[in-house]
Design a protein around this ligand. Structure first.
Ligand SMILES: Cc1ncc(COP(=O)(O)O)c(C=O)c1O
Length: 380
């Protein structure tokens, strides 16, 4: 049978390619963005207890009531945004499903969606699978800041949505209050929906404040904020995330979610609900990861790799412009095969493949791993 692909250019993701290459060549894998340290014993114990207590069947479609309540409570406190757990929260299978369900529910055929490159890889295909048209705006190193006049210039009568991501994967940049003010102005003026990917909300450094769309009352009425427990509690394999959005948007997201996953695994939801009642479990995550970032930066002191600022996420970009003439993909491959250290080429996050001689390294790793990576980088 002749299948016409709806995503002809999508192949194996760069994360899979680099991780596979890393494994094959016995390299240290700082390519894929997952932590290599253990999840809290207390949280694991809570899941086990919930399973033993028989909470093993379908959860309610929009999420377990206890978890929706706990989330609404945290959001209300963190962002000073009163949140109605019954009508404004959806628990999803990770942020990936949250993003997909939001787009499936709210982007109509032919709608334009503004995406900032470098961008997380699921945005563009999720838009296209749902009949939308991604409009890519290029952000440039070293600060990857958004030119809001350029955004205004790209808005047309077909523009439906803008996707932002702060703290940002892959660059570690964060949006400031002035960015959110500019975004709010455009969203209100043109009636746009903002999809705000905030999966790294807790992983923010150097005294920066996370600028959630939920902190801005008018903007929040047109926004869907997306979060991930995988990132917050370093348990990426559990795939539990959520959306927070006003009732009219949440109602539509639930319609899509209902037929994409229906509901998310029950014992993990119930365990998270209990775990969230103690703020100590999430208030110190930024400090924890800032130490890791600083440890990694210490390891590369004296190396020819030049760090770019990373204010959030668990990624550090390094420029190798004084090290090699290779392009990013070639450099990443060479480092993995010959030097046994696997990064991700940042060009993979640009639709046009823009190459700035930058590699992304994930520092959500144990100190021993980061030390070994440092030894390799200092020799190059
Ligand atoms: C920016 C960003 N958004 C969304 C996701 C997906 O999160 P989840 O694993 O919860 O689906 C990731 C994961 O790497 C990410 O980096």
């Amino acid at each position: 049978m002749n299948i016409t692909s709806r995503l002809p250019e999508v192949g194996t993701s760069i994360f899979t390619v680099m991780s596979r290459m890393s494994l094959e060549h016995g390299a240290i894998n700082l390519a894929q963005g997952f932590p290599d340290f253990p999840v809290s014993d207390e949280l694991i114990e809570l899941i086990y207890q919930n399973m033993k207590a028989g909470h093993n069947q379908y959860a309610p479609m929009p999420g377990a009531i206890a978890l929706k309540k706990a989330i609404a409570d945290v959001v209300t406190k963190s962002f000073n945004r009163p949140t109605d757990f019954e009508n404004e929260v959806v628990i999803t299978a990770g942020a990936t499903e949250a993003i997909y369900s939001t787009i499936a529910a709210l982007v109509r055929d032919g709608d334009e969606v503004i995406v900032f490159d470098p961008a997380y890889d699921s945005y563009d295909p999720s838009i296209r699978l749902n009949g939308g048209k991604p409009i890519h705006i290029i952000l440039k190193p070293p600060h990857f800041s958004i030119d809001w006049q350029e955004v205004r210039d790209k808005i047309t009568p077909r523009t439906r949505m803008i996707i932002i991501n702060t703290p940002h994967n892959p660059t570690g940049s964060v949006l400031e209050e002035s960015d959110l003010n500019a975004l709010e102005k455009l969203a209100l003026e043109f009636g746009l929906i903002v999809l705000s990917d905030e999966v790294y909300e807790r992983i923010i450094f150097d005294g920066k404040q996370h600028q959630s769309v939920l902190k801005y009352p008018a903007l929040s009425m047109q926004s869907v904020a997306v979060f991930s427990f995988g990132k917050t509690f370093h348990a990426t394999g559990w795939k539990v995330g959520y959306t927070v959005a006003p009732e009219n948007l949440t109602r539509e997201i639930r319609k899509a979610h209902q037929f994409i996953t229906f509901s998310v695994n029950t014992p993990v939801q119930l365990a998270l609900a209990e775990y969230l009642t103690n703020p100590d479990h999430y208030l110190h995550i930024g400090t924890f990861y800032q130490r890791k970032r600083d440890f990694f930066l210490d390891q590369i002191k004296g190396s020819s790799f030049r760090p770019l600022p990373s204010y959030g996420s668990y990624f550090q970009l390094l420029s190798y412009d004084s090290v090699s003439e290779l392009n990013e993909a070639e450099m990443a491959e060479w480092m993995t095969k010959e030097k046994k250290l696997a990064p991700i080429p940042v060009s993979a996050f640009y639709q046009d493949g823009a190459d700035h001689k930058l590699l992304r390294f994930c520092f959500a790793k144990g100190e021993e791993t980061l030390e070994k990576a440092g030894v390799i980088l200092r020799k190059l």
